[in-house]
Design a protein around this ligand. Structure first.
Ligand SMILES: Nc1nc2c(ncn2[C@@H]2O[C@H](COP(=O)(O)OP(=O)(O)OP(=O)(O)O)[C@@H](O)[C@H]2O)c(=O)[nH]1
Ligand SMILES: [Mg+2]
Length: 303
């Protein structure tokens, strides 16, 4: 596996990072922009998405152990749709982190999914950019798949893992093809429950169809959660393989452009939401006038 990384030569200052993340969580758009630095050599990003309760956090707890053993310094960020800002407390409780919680190369943070309609948090791009300025090799991002989340998280991550469960059988039928086709790796978790094999077979059929369109990467379907198997090692290996594949094949400028666009849109969306909240009566006019007013207010903002 990967040798110990150069980034570990640089020690992670947890307190400074904790402060930086708290600052960014409460920052205005102008403050966020002022504090943003470009970090061209950011961490590799692994997205873990799937329906509520699919076992994503539990799986990440086991996966993080493997990634640490590969030699990587790892940050875990979980977007929690229900919790207020918890500074990682809820996630720490919910995933079985006992064995790794003390590892100095691991950092865990959970974020409330505020103000975003894509299942992410409206400041997730700020948070990821902040992490890029710290010595992590990898960021694991947990999001609840609520349809739109897969699309957003796709553009922000290098390797996207979709976690389904045996009960997802009907979901697979109902899911839009596009959504299912977006993942790089499929996991059928809770393989100890009945129906896992059937769901895995259905997924494999979907992947086969997709393969006819794009023959470059064959997304594996991995079953996890069966006691006594080395399932997470298989997932760990598939992730490493995919990360190496994207590094070999993609255009970094394109990736940077897409991520910058996401970041820019999220900052603009927040700015517009601010303007609308401050002057709701200002919208009592034609749509055209209201649009012009918002554009004027944006222009007048101090940056
Ligand atoms: N049977 C079985 N249960 C599991 C497995 N993995 C996790 N669970 C249970 O599933 C429940 C949800 O686990 P989490 O890891 O919190 O799932 P999650 O997808 O992170 O949940 P949300 O973040 O709330 O969407 C917990 O009660 C776990 O103990 C598994 O492999 N098999
Ligand atoms: Mg979770």
């Amino acid at each position: 596996m990967a040798a110990a990384s150069s980034k570990q030569a640089e020690r992670l200052d947890r307190r400074a990072l904790g402060r930086a993340l708290s600052r960014i969580a409460n920052a205005s758009v102008a403050d966020a922009l002022a504090g943003m630095r470009d970090s061209p050599n950011g961490a590799r990003r692994i997205g873990i998405t799937g329906p509520p309760g699919a076992g994503k956090s539990t799986l990440i707890g086991r996966l993080a152990r493997q990634r640490l053993d590969n030699g990587a310094a790892v940050a875990v960020v979980a977007i929690d749709p229900s919790s207020p800002h918890t500074h990682g407390a809820i996630l720490g409780d919910r995933i079985r982190m006992d064995a790794i919680a003390d590892d100095p190369r691991l950092f865990i943070r959970s974020l409330a999914s505020r103000g975003a309609n894509d299942g992410l948090a409206d400041n997730i791009a700020d948070v990821l950019a902040t992490l890029d300025g710290h010595p992590f090799d990898e960021v694991i991002l947990e999001t609840v798949g609520v349809g739109q989340a897969e699309y957003a998280v796709r553009s922000l991550t290098d390797t996207l893992v979709l976690v389904l469960v045996p009960e997802s059988g009907d979901q697979i039928q109902a899911m839009k093809a596009g959504m299912l086709e977006m993942a790089d790796i499929y996991v059928v978790n809770k393989a100890d429950l009945p129906g896992a094999q059937k769901v895995a077979s259905e997924l494999k059929a979907v992947v086969k169809l997709r393969q006819r369109l794009a023959a470059d990467w064959e997304p594996p379907v991995i079953m996890t959660g069966s006691p006594g198997t080395n399932d997470v090692a298989t997932l760990n290996e598939a992730i490493s393989r995919h990360l190496a594949f994207v590094q070999r094949t993609r255009n970094e400028d394109d990736v940077r452009r897409v991520r910058r666009e996401y970041h820019l849109k999220s900052l603009l969306t927040r700015s517009v939401a601010d303007i609308l909240a401050k002057d709701p009566k200002g919208m009592d006019c034609s749509l055209r006038e209201a649009f012009a007013r918002v554009v004027e207010s944006l222009k007048a903002r101090q940056l």
